[in-house]
Design a protein around this ligand. Structure first.
Ligand code: 5AD
Ligand code: SF4
Length: 469
């Protein structure tokens, strides 16, 4: 048996790709380990979206030089978007690296690793055809008890936002055939998965080029899969968020009431320079429509601060957008130049101190909204899909702390709760079950509650179910 260690950096797309890497290497005898020291093959699955992610990849690759000295047979492979972007250069810069492969080379990875292992070659495979890279779905699925999984439905992006590297490294938009997607989800469900998140850079344009029907049509088909309970998707581009898709939130039972809708800035001037192709007004109108269809809709977003030319007034407009929307949560990033993206050549760059100050101000401004959104759930019942034990930092160090279960609400909020049911006292909770939890406390990043009922599922540990809610 050979040991495979994968370091996944960056987005959910890479989490999915890392699973694919694991599957494609399984027939070669590789099983995944969490122990770097015992690995025979290390794969660094890199992300190029921001300078920081890229630095993280290179510093990890740097550390592997020492490990390789101690374990000469170790194979080091660098994959993902930085690999796609840098290619050969990684081999010359880092002698400890044996293989560089792009996201589209994943189906060929088994053969590439064997050539490195048996012939001692150093290889680069960054061929970037527009075709979707498909794997054989029938082999290599791992049943590791995960109840929620990502499923990529399309690759690449055609939008060319001026700050973004994705269209250059992941290529043009290409959708997977709906039959492949549905087959993959059915296999996951057969292995115990109850929630899927459909992934694409711009899911709204799923299947349009290929004339395979719309994203909404795909959602409706996924909604009909027996045994699947929850559907999420990410990411939706505000310019393409159709009424049809918004209406699907009111129609499809399994579609969770949460949308991640990256806005990036609250200033029309900045949005224009970013080539986002919507205005603040259009964005606000989409939010209003979403809330009309689903008043309980959780809305999250991405922001970039310090985009070239962003003035104090532009930034104030971003702050005022937070007031107008009252997001459930946000992700905010300091703009960083990506050399292949047009904004790298824009003038009026913002200095680092200014970017840091704006990032802090933005996050601080949002804090109260995030907390308020969490507090609004206190006293209410929420259906939680149990994912496992809580990994809340510091929990393990509290000697008196009992292990707490953790799962998410349909709105994607993390809820932790104790083992025992209020009314049965039995330990009936386990990952993969739906539990009704009455929310009692709200924090800034999670909620705490008391379980009131646990669904009874064939194969589960029998427990008295209490519907006292
Ligand atoms: N600099 C900073 N943030 C970026 N993002 C994408 N490109 C950059 C960049 N060059 C952010 C956007 C996007 C998220 C995934 O990463 O907010 O939505
Ligand atoms: Fe990048 Fe814009 Fe495409 Fe998103 S929509 S991946 S930000 S180019």
């Amino acid at each position: 048996m050979r040991r495979l260690y994968i370091n996944t950096i960056g987005c959910q797309m890479n989490v999915y790709d890392s699973d694919q890497i694991e599957r494609v290497l399984a027939p070669g005898g590789y099983t995944r380990t969490a122990q770097l020291d015992e690995a025979d093959l290390v794969v660094v699955n890199t992300c190029a979206i921001r300078a920081k992610a890229e630095q993280k990849a290179f510093s990890f690759v740097g550390r592997l030089a020492k490990l390789k000295k101690r374990r000469p047979g170790l194979i080091v492979a660098v994959g993902g978007c930085v690999a796609q972007q840098e290619g050969e250069k990684i081999l010359s810069r880092a002698p400890q690296v044996d293989l560089v492969f792009g996201p589209k080379a994943i189906p060929r990875l088994g053969r590439l690793v064997e050539r490195v292992r048996l012939q001692g070659m150093r290889l680069v495979d960054i061929e970037a055809s527009d075709a979707v890279a498909e794997l054989d779905l029938t082999s290599g699925f791992r049943d590791d008890g995960q109840v929620s999984r990502f499923v990529t439905i399309m690759q690449g992006c055609d939008n060319f936002c001026t700050y973004c590297v994705v269209p250059y490294v992941r290529g043009r938009e290409a959708s997977r055939h709906p039959d492949r997607i549905l087959e993959e989800i059915r296999l996951l469900v057969a292995g115990g998965v109850r929630e899927v998140t459909l992934l694409g850079q711009n899911v709204n344009s799923y299947g349009l080029k290929e004339q395979w029907g719309s994203f909404v049509a795909l959602l409706a088909q996924v909604d009909r899969i027996d045994g699947l309970d929850r559907i999420r998707f990410t990411t939706s581009h505000p310019k393409d968020l159709s009424d049809h898709l918004i209406d699907a939130f009111g129609r499809l039972d399994k579609l969770c009431a949460h949308i991640h809708l990256p806005v990036q800035s609250g200033s029309d001037r900045v949005l224009k320079r970013m080539n986002r192709r919507y205005t603040r007004e259009v964005y606000l109108e989409r939010i209003a429509r979403l809330r009309q269809v689903r008043p309980d809709m959780a809305i999250t977003s991405d922001f970039i601060v310090g985009f070239p030319g962003e003035s104090d007034t532009d930034f104030e407009q971003t702050l005022s957008l937070l007031d107008e929307v009252a997001f459930d949560g946000i992700f905010a990033f300091m703009y960083s130049d990506r050399s292949v993206a047009p904004a790298a050549g824009f003038d009026a760059k913002i200095d680092d101190a200014q970017k840091k100050a704006r990032l802090q101000a933005l996050l601080q401004h949002q804090e109260a909204f995030t907390l308020a959104a969490n507090q609004a759930l206190v006293g209410r019942m929420q259906e939680i899909l149990v994912e496992g034990f809580s990994t809340r930092p510091g929990l393990a160090e509290e000697p008196s702390a009992r292990r707490q279960w953790s799962g998410r609400t349909p709105g994607n909020k993390i809820v932790n709760f104790d083992q025992e049911l209020d009314c049965t006292g039995g330990e009936t909770v386990r990952p993969g079950l739906m539990v009704g939890v009455r929310i009692e406390k709200a924090f800034s990043h999670s909620l705490w509650g008391r379980p009131v009922w646990v669904e009874e599922k064939p194969g589960g540990i029998k427990g008295e179910t209490c519907h006292a809610a």
